[in-house]
Design a protein around this ligand. Structure first.
Ligand SMILES: *Cc1c(COP(=O)(O)O)cnc(C)c1O
Length: 602
């Protein structure tokens, strides 16, 4: 019988989920940030739900990098050394691919993610580092997002083509959906067409062959920034991938302007394409106007990202929440004092960690603001410091606050590195008025402590550039409201004074820097600080509704169920209606945030 959803782990996997990075455990440095954490959360949710899944990635023996910050905020990087032998299981299977005319052997390491009811999902990390390969090829699976374009292209060949070859070597023949988490793995399409045309030339692929591949591929695009889409010169592709494959890609119109565009490749060969929030769907439709694009808004794995004190609290009041995250809706019935108590514990944990790392003792009685994400221009970590005199005056008038930062800049992102220096500089200027700390080495472990331990989560992306954002969702699960520009997931998650606060206008309206900073300062001074200090029970009410409204929805269980309903089930999955066509306007998405909440909404 065909494998079937919801059956035990002995069934053949039906979804192969490909991602350049996976955030599994803080000690396994095979991720750099949001994309990898999302991949890990997806697999964790699949294991909980008992879905027939398998993950594919690269080993990244030297990981992303370790971050070192000096006293003025200059970032230096060093390689991360870890021992795959200690946490992964090496498998005897071998796959072979060709890169630049050389045969490259690939092996795989397995990590098994266990769900809460015992179902398990394997992730295979591909590795080229062994004696049979040339020294150059042995290094291909070492570095995550470092190396030059050619190195990156070769890595993507290993991931897409090597990944499919490895699945076959491992005996996975019946995969119904190949999910490309971002365009890095789009060479899957070339591998599948090659299988489809086995014994013939790739160039003989008919439209029926292509359609057969399309029916099995799902593509999630993650960035509205065009620099985020990989492009490789055709000559480079020809050298690495081969003449026939490159001719095929040219013929398939994946190489506009002399460059292979990995997003274009993924779009052309996928049956279902989605952005990661409703807002991002809109942006992506404008970017890729030839292609129908849907959205599945991201979510975070609830039990992974909920702090201990809140886990205990939910276990007492809504024990069903672990099995079914929708039950978090009933957090609305938890007494506010209990919420405050659990949060105080999470906050104490954060302050202890800050003390341990920096020797600085922050005050538990003071409103604590968190900001942690990749340091890069559009996320604007320095927006808060636009007017430092104003900040000082707010602290004087409305009450003190302290700010905790974290985040790495990509080694080649000079602008991002400069932003870290700017935060350090601001911390110096403000030191007599408010405390600003920047924590090194933001990773999943620190992310959990930070998102759950602060009183307010701040997010200041430049509008339309935040595809989703997920750290605010982690905060919401822990009763931490957001103060955020209305972009990405916050377009859907924001209800003013109920789940947090908006910076600037709604998502439809462009705001200027001046208007946004004015709004940020105004909310802090006139709404948030007075509420926190003068009406703590009211503040707790907002914390609670953030859990009930946003924790119950922006979780990976809901996200994966939506992939099931909208993507996998329609890609030839069992239960699929097999109709094939996705309507061009898939979602009647209009006016989201923007049911205007009334006074007595809750
Ligand atoms: C959750 C997480 C991210 C993603 O957060 P965004 O809000 O999407 O930027 C990045 N890095 C780490 C370590 C995380 O835990």
């Amino acid at each position: 019988m065909e494998s079937h959803l919801g059956r035990g782990s002995s069934q053949a996997p039906s979804v192969a989920y490909f991602s350049m990075e996976f955030g599994i455990e803080p000690e396994i440095p095979t991720y750099s940030g949001g994309l990898g954490v999302l991949a890990g959360d997806t697999i964790r949710a699949a294991a909980d739900l008992g879905l027939p899944f398998v993950g594919i990635s690269l080993l990244h023996r030297k990981g992303y990098f370790r971050q070192h910050l000096d006293r003025t905020g200059n970032q230096a990087e060093s390689d991360l050394d870890w021992s795959p032998e200690e946490v992964l299981q090496s498998l005897p299977s071998r796959a072979m691919i060709t890169i630049a005319g050389r045969q490259v052997q690939i092996r795989a390491w397995r990590y098994t993610v266990r769900g809460q009811f015992g179902h398990s999902v394997p992730i295979y990390f591909l590795d080229t580092d062994f004696a049979e390969n040339s020294p150059e090829d042995r290094r291909l699976t070492d570095l995550l997002y470092r190396g030059d374009d050619y190195y990156r292209l070769c890595q993507e060949i290993v991931l897409g083509i090597g990944g499919v070859a490895m699945l076959r070597a491992l005996g996975y023949k019946q995969i119904q959906a190949y999910h490309m988490n971002e365009g890095h793995s789009a060479f899957i399409a070339v591998a599948l067409v090659a299988e489809q045309t086995w014994g013939r030339s790739l160039l003989s692929a008919s439209s029926a062959d292509v359609e057969a591949v399309r029916q099995r591929c799902v593509f999630t695009t993650h960035t509205p920034v065009s620099a985020g889409h990989d492009r490789f010169p055709v000559d480079m592709v020809r050298h690495a991938l081969g003449q026939v494959q490159t001719d095929f890609l040219l013929r398939a119109n994946c190489c506009p302007d002399g460059c292979l565009n990995m997003t274009e490749l993924a779009l052309r060969f996928s049956r279902y394409v989605n952005g990661v929030s409703m807002r991002h769907e809109k942006t992506s439709r404008t970017m890729f106007c030839d292609h129908p694009i849907d959205s599945v808004t991201n979510g975070v794995h609830a039990t992974t990202w909920t702090s201990e004190p809140f886990q205990r609290l939910y276990d007492r009041f809504i024990p069903e929440w672990r099995r079914d995250n929708l039950y978090l809706r009933y957090a609305i019935g938890i007494p506010r004092e209990e919420i405050r108590q659990a949060h105080a514990e999470a906050k104490a944990r954060l302050l202890a960690e800050i003390d341990r790392r920096t020797g600085r003792a922050l005050d538990a009685g003071i409103l604590t603001i968190g900001f942690a994400r990749r340091a890069t221009a559009y996320k604007r970590p320095d927006l808060l410091f636009h007017d430092m005199e104003r900040l000082k005056s707010i602290a004087g008038k409305a009450g003190p606050f302290q700010i905790v930062y974290g985040g790495k800049a990509h080694p080649r992102d000079e602008e991002g590195k400069n932003l870290i220096r700017r935060v350090f500089h601001a911390a110096g200027v403000l030191q007599d008025a408010l405390t600003v700390v920047y924590l090194e080495e933001y990773d999943m472990a620190l992310g959990k402590i930070l998102c759950s331990g602060v009183d307010l989560w701040l997010n200041t992306p430049q509008k339309s550039l935040e595809a989703s954002g997920t750290s605010g969702m982690k905060a919401a699960l822990n009763g931490v409201p957001s103060l955020s520009v209305v972009d990405g997931w916050w377009v859907e998650g924001h209800v003013e004074n109920i789940t947090g606060w908006a910076i600037g206008n709604n998502w439809r309206i462009e705001s200027t820097l001046e208007a946004e900073t004015e709004s940020l300062y105004d909310k802090l001074e006139n709404v948030i600080l007075p509420l926190f200090y003068k009406q703590p029970q009211e503040y707790a009410r907002i914390m609670r509704s953030a859990i009930a409204l946003n924790g119950s929805y922006f979780n990976a269980q809901r996200m994966l169920t939506q992939y099931l309903y909208n993507a996998y089930n329609r890609a030839g999955f069992p239960g699929s209606n097999g109709d094939g066509a996705m309507p061009a306007e898939a979602l009647p998405f209009e006016a989201p945030t923007y049911f205007e909440p009334t006074e007595n909404f809750i």
